[in-house]
Design a protein around this ligand. Structure first.
Ligand code: PCA
Length: 146
């Protein structure tokens, strides 16, 4: 059974973790129906990571891509996103609309940061409506350092 996954960060096509995204993409781009704050956060000794905070109503409606992922592949992606760990993402269901045809709406899972991890004390940029390749530059640099 495939599940729908909305990706807005490094799992998007052309971004650093896309090779770990085993899903089949639905054509076009999708936008969250509700606004959420999308930050690019600098973690000490880590990367420059996209954080979509689970704070609906703040920030912007955020653009990303939707994939159909085999349920058997989901645990590996959950591990990458550190679901269940104190510093990880939580996988929640979001309402989305197609960027091309606003009448097309669907629900998909997405990796959001719990509100309690709000990056007040961390260097962060945003909120943005979209995570771009410019935002991923720091991520690439750190990855290259390993
Ligand atoms: N990976 C997930 C959540 C943030 C990240 O970098 C994604 O692309 O949606």
């Amino acid at each position: 059974m495939p599940i729908r996954l909305f990706v807005y960060g490094t799992l998007k096509a052309g971004f650093p973790n896309h090779h770990l995204n085993t899903g089949r993409r639905l054509p076009g781009r999708y936008i969250t129906c509700q606004a959420f704050p999308l930050y690019v956060v600098r973690l000490p000794a880590e990367d420059r990571a996209p954080w979509l905070m689970n704070l609906p109503g703040q920030g912007h409606c955020v653009t990303g891509e939707v994939y159909e992922v085999d349920a058997a592949d989901l645990p590996a992606i959950d591990r990458l996103e550190e679901v269940g760990q104190p510093t990880g993402y939580e996988r929640v269901s979001l309402a989305l609309r197609s960027a091309d045809d606003p009448s097309v709406q669907l629900q998909a899972q997405a990796y959001l940061k719990p509100a309690a991890q709000w990056p007040r004390c961390l260097a962060h940029e945003g909120p943005y409506a979209e995570y771009t390749l410019d935002h991923a530059v720091g991520y690439y640099l750190i990855q290259d350092g390993f």
